[in-house]
Design a protein around this ligand. Sequence first.
Ligand code: UD1
Length: 358
Amino acid sequence: MPTGSTYLVTGGAGFIGSHVVDQLVADGHRVRVLDSLDPGAHAQRPDYLNPAADYLWASVTDPQAVRRAVRGVDGVTHQAAKVGLGLHLGDMVDYVAANDTGTAVLLRALAERSFRGRLVLASSMVVYGEGSYRCEAHGGVRPGPRARAELAAGRFEPSCPACGRDLEPVAVTEDVAPDPRNTYAATKLHQEHLCAVYGRQTGAEVTSLRYHNVYGPRMPRDTPYAGVASIFRSACAAGQAPRVFEDGGQLRDFVHVTDVARANVLALTRSAPAPGAFNIASGAPRTIGDLARALVAATGRPGVAPRVTGEFRLGDVRHVYASPQRAATELGFRAQVSFAGGVRAFAHAPLRDAVTTR
Ligand code: UD1
């Protein structure tokens, strides 16, 4: 899209959405934000909101507000969602309302305007469930959930579902079968499917960005809904030792929020569309223990060493990290922020104010 296009960023006041807004504005585009400022995510109106964007303070589930929001837009990036672990069944209706119904309301409003532009969806690596593994006897395998008894006995590595052998983790590619393991993950996959339906029926260009573990400035502080980077960062700031679960050997791909925002801008604005699903990752996996040590070192508080507790959360996956290949070749996306540099800056970056938990 040429400079001067109009883009809608749903969830544009949030952690990732606000960085997308900043980059689109910096590139000379007009930006409209639809955001509910959900009290579950915001204690107050954030002070980082880009003044060059237009803000519509309403929920993506509000049909009239969404109709106003989509008027005259050239492209949409849909970041508004209820995020988190998605493990409490009591939250199921809220997840479905915010994520599934919210997406449906948005797509209906776009259909009413015969929107055929670019539609970018914030998806997640949680759609994969457990990552990919290789068994020396059975090749590529996808193990099921780990049993409580195994975890309690300190056996954290999944084993081959066919023969019980030890497995080697490998990078997950976009073509593996999804295996969403909690409500949040199920809604992210459903959002992908709903958007794909819209694309098929209208010819709109739909890109789903499967974010890996995003971190960086404006990340919400330590809450039950925060990812591990925020929890460790908050612990360091309070002079406490990060509590590293299992044995700390869990592999993840930590990708900086400015890189994630750039992936969105690329998907919206590059000359050729990039349809389909893409891992958005740094391509340089690290363990949870690595993250804890790097944050502690960057915080520079003597005496605060990470504590490997052996605790576990049933439902956590052991290793999930990405092949960044498809995003590089088809979307032209390569992460630019290194783990060392990103974590060093994150150790001192402002986090978003504490939120009310629900
Ligand atoms: C996280 C997000 C998920 C998001 C995905 C991709 C959360 C809660 N999870 O999934 O929504 O879609 O990244 O961006 O936001 N751990 C500790 N100590 C702690 C907390 C966690 O060691 O205090 C460990 C966990 O056991 C796990 C790892 O850190 O092994 C990652 O945890 P977390 O960030 O919560 O979840 P992900 O599964 O990576």
